[in-house]
Ligand binder design. Structure first.
Ligand code: ASP
Ligand code: MG
Length: 606
C-alpha cells in the first residue's frame, strides 16, 4: 500500500467518456489499496478557449482577472471527475488549490509554490477519500493583504502534482498523459524515436525543449530538488512509461517550496589543462577528426568550446587532465599539419582548475551565472573558458586561484559544507553516454567583438543580460586575441532565443560603449542539437562520435559547447532536423517506429 499522487492532463479528461475511463483507472489503483491524491488539468483545450475569450475582450486583461478566469477550467474537471468516482462507488472529494492549501507567491499568472499545507489533505485521506485536486492553481497567502486565486503558468498542473507529492512525502508521483513517456527525441522529426525507460532529472533538464514538451520544467526541478520519484506514462495503457530518477527524498527547507536556493552544489576540479587551437580550417570533419584522434589515444576530453570567426577559420579549445596534456599536444600538432592549417596556433596551459556550480534552478535564471562571474571578478580572477548548461555553469581559472574561487562561490550561493566538493564528481558508468537528443530552433548566435581580456568583462556582459531577464545558452570566449598586451581583447559568442536578440543588443549597449572597439554582431539564425547523457563524462570519444555524424551528413558545426552531461553543436538552421537525425542515429537511439496515435483517439471503453 502506497501514497500516490496521480496527475491526468487535459487530453486525458477531454470529454465525459475519458473522465469515466480515468475514474476506472483510479478505481483500479484503489483496489490495490493505495491512498490517492489525483491532480487534474482543465478539460481538453479549455484553457486556450478561456484565454481566447479574454483576448476577445481585451488585448491586455488584468492579470488578476486572468487567473480568476483560467482557474475555472480545473474547477470543472475536478468536480466532474469526483462525480465519476462517486458513480463508481468510490468516496471522492474535489478541492481547489486554495482549499487544499497550495500557497503561492502573489505573482498572478506565474506564481511559484511556497508551501503546501497538508493537514486537510491528510485528514481526508485518513477518512478514506480519494482527493481530487485542481492543478495549475493556488492561493496567495494573504500575508500582505487578502488571499487571491493565483495560477502557476501554462502547463502548471504537473508542478502542482509534484509539489503535492513532495509535501506529502508520497511514494510516487505519476503523470498520466497522451504520450507513452519521454522519448529519445522528438518523434515528429525522427520517426524511430524510442521510449526511455528512465532518465535522471538532470538529464531531463538538459534536454530542455524535449523534456518541456512532456513535463513542465518546474515539476522536474521540484522532483530533482526533493527526490520525488516521478513517472510519466500513458493514460490509456498499462505500459510502465518513463521513470525520472533524482536520488533520495530530501526535506523541504524554509525558503519556500519552489524558492529553494537555485544553486545546491559547487565543485573544484584541480589539475586541469587547456589546449587551444586558433585559426583551424572551418569545414565539416575537422572537429570530428581532431577528437577522434584524441579518443583513439585514450584521452578523455572534458569541456570543449569552438566558435567560428571572421573569415573561414575556427578556434577550438578543450580541457583534460594535466597528465594527458603532453600527448594531447603532440596529437594536435600532427593534426594541424594534416589539415594543412599553416596559420594555426596552438597553446597549451597546465595548472588550471575547473570551478562549477550546479542546481536545477540555473535554468531560466540568468542572474545565477552573472552572480558567479561577478563574484570571481571582484576577486580579480580571470575566466579562461566558460561552459554553461541548464544545470551547471563551469569556468576554468588559474589553479593557484582555485581555492579562493571555491570559497567565494560557496559563500555567494550560501552553500553548506556538504554541498562543497573537491575533485570531479563521480561519473555514472551505468548510464548511457547519450540518452536523448534535443533540437532547439528559433535561436540566433551573436558575437560581441573586442571584449577586454581582464577580470570582470564576462561578468559585465552576463550581468547586463541577466538584468534584462535574458538567458544565454552556449557562451564561448574566443581563443584568438586582438590588440597587443596589456590591451588584449577577445570575442565572445553566445546563443540566445531569437526573440531576445533586440533586447540583448539594447542591454549590452551601455557596456560596449565603455570598451573601445567593442561591438555587437548578429550571426545567422541557427539550430542547436544537444546530446545528453549522464554517462558522457566517463565515455571517451562521445563528442567525436557526434561530430563525425554531422561531418558525414555534410553539416558544418558553427559552435560547440559542452558541459559534463551535454554536448551541443550549433548548426545552420536549415540543417537542424538533419543534424538531429544524424546524431540520434549515431548513438543507436532509434528502433522500431512506435505507434503513438493512442492518445489522440478516445480510449476504448474498458
Ligand atoms: N490547464 C492549464 C494549461 O492548459 C494547466 C495544465 O494543463 O497543466 O496550461
Ligand atoms: Mg501538460
Amino acid at each position: 500500500m502506497a501514497l500516490l499522487v496521480q496527475k491526468f492532463g487535459g487530453t486525458s479528461v477531454a470529454d465525459v467518456e475519458r473522465i469515466q475511463a480515468v475514474a476506472r483507472r483510479i478505481a483500479a489503483s484503489r483496489e490495490h489499496g493505495h491512498d490517492l491524491v489525483i491532480v487534474v488539468s482543465a478539460m481538453g483545450h479549455t484553457t486556450d478557449e478561456l484565454t481566447g475569450l479574454a483576448r476577445a475582450i481585451s488585448a491586455d486583461p488584468p492579470r488578476r482577472e486572468m487567473d480568476m478566469l483560467l482557474a475555472t477550467g480545473e474547477q470543472v474537471s475536478i468536480a466532474l471527475l469526483a462525480m465519476a468516482l462517486h458513480a463508481q462507488g468510490i468516496p471522492a472529494v474535489s478541492m481547489t488549490g486554495a482549499q487544499v492549501g497550495i500557497v503561492t507567491e502573489s505573482a498572478h499568472g506565474r506564481a511559484r509554490i511556497l508551501e503546501v499545507r497538508t493537514d486537510r489533505l491528510l485528514r481526508l485521506l485518513e477518512e478514506g477519500q480519494v482527493v481530487v485536486v485542481a492543478g495549475f492553481q493556488g492561493t496567495s497567502s494573504g500575508a500582505a493583504g487578502t488571499p487571491e486565486i493565483t495560477t502557476l503558468g501554462r502547463g502548471g498542473s504537473d508542478t502542482s502534482a509534484v509539489a503535492l507529492a513532495a509535501a506529502l512525502g508520497a511514494d510516487a508521483c505519476e503523470i498520466y498523459t497522451d504520450v507513452p513517456g519521454v522519448l529519445t527525441t522528438d518523434p515528429r522529426k525522427v520517426a524511430d524515436a524510442q521510449l526511455m525507460q528512465s532518465v535522471s532529472c538532470d538529464e531531463m533538464l538538459e534536454l530542455a525543449s524535449l523534456g518541456a514538451a512532456v513535463l513542465h520544467p518546474r515539476a522536474v526541478e521540484i522532483a530533482r530538488n526533493y527526490g520525488v520519484p516521478l513517472v510519466v506514462r500513458s493514460s490509456w495503457s498499462e505500459a510502465p512509461g518513463t521513470r525520472l530518477t533524482s536520488g533520495a527524498p530530501r526535506p523541504i527547507g524554509s525558503e519556500g517550496l519552489e524558492l529553494g536556493r537555485p544553486v545546491d552544489g559547487v565543485e573544484l576540479d584541480e589539475g586541469q589543462a587547456v589546449l587551444a587551437l586558433a585559426h583551424v580550417p572551418d569545414r565539416p570533419g575537422v572537429a570530428a577528426r581532431l577528437f577522434e584522434a584524441l579518443g583513439e589515444a585514450g584521452l578523455n576530453v572534458d569541456l570543449i568550446v569552438q566558435a567560428t570567426h571572421q573569415g573561414n577559420s575556427n578556434d577550438i579549445a578543450f580541457t583534460l587532465v594535466e597528465s594527458e596534456l603532453e600527448l594531447a599536444t603532440t596529437i594536435c600538432r600532427r593534426l594541424l599539419q594534416e589539415f594543412g592549417a599553416d596559420g594555426a596556433q596552438l597553446s597549451a596551459q597546465a595548472g588550471m582548475a575547473k570551478l562549477s556550480i550546479s542546481g536545477a534552478g540555473i535554468m531560466g535564471r540568468p542572474g545565477v551565472a552573472a552572480r558567479l562571474f561577478d563574484t570571481l571578478a571582484r576577486l580579480g580572477i580571470n575566466l579562461r573558458l566558460i561552459a554553461t548548461s541548464e544545470v551547471k555553469v563551469s569556468c576554468l581559472v588559474e589553479g593557484s586561484q582555485g581555492g579562493k574561487a571555491l570559497r567565494a562561490a560557496a559563500t555567494a550561493f550560501e552553500l553548506a559544507d556538504h554541498q562543497i566538493r573537491h575533485g570531479a564528481g563521480p561519473c555514472n558508468p551505468d548510464s548511457p553516454a547519450v540518452r536523448g537528443v534535443a533540437l532547439d530552433r528559433d535561436q540566433v548566435q551573436v558575437v560581441v567583438r573586442g571584449v577586454p581580456d581582464r577580470p570582470g568583462a564576462a561578468a559585465a556582459i552576463c550581468r547586463a543580460l541577466a538584468d534584462a531577464g535574458i538567458s544565454l545558452d552556449a557562451i564561448v570566449q574566443s581563443e584568438r586575441t586582438h590588440g597587443v598586451a596589456p590591451e588584449l581583447s577577445r570575442d565572445m559568442s553566445f546563443t540566445l532565443k531569437r526573440d531576445d536578440r533586440p533586447g540583448a543588443e539594447r542591454a549590452l549597449g551601455p557596456v560596449l560603449a565603455g570598451w573601445s572597439g567593442a561591438g555587437f554582431e548578429e550571426g545567422p539564425a541557427i539550430a542547436r542539437v544537444s546530446a545528453v547523457g549522464a554517462g558522457m563524462a566517463c565515455t571517451a570519444g562521445t563528442a567525436a562520435r557526434m561530430f563525425r555524424s554531422l561531418a558525414e551528413a555534410g553539416i558544418n558545426i558553427e559552435l560547440i559547447a559542452t558541459s559534463e552531461i551535454r554536448t551541443s553543436c550549433v548548426v545552420a538552421e536549415a540543417d537542424g532536423i538533419r543534424a538531429l537525425q544524424a546524431v540520434h542515429g549515431a548513438f543507436a537511439l532509434g528502433g522500431e517506429v512506435l505507434n503513438r496515435a493512442e492518445g489522440s483517439e478516445a480510449p476504448a471503453p474498458a
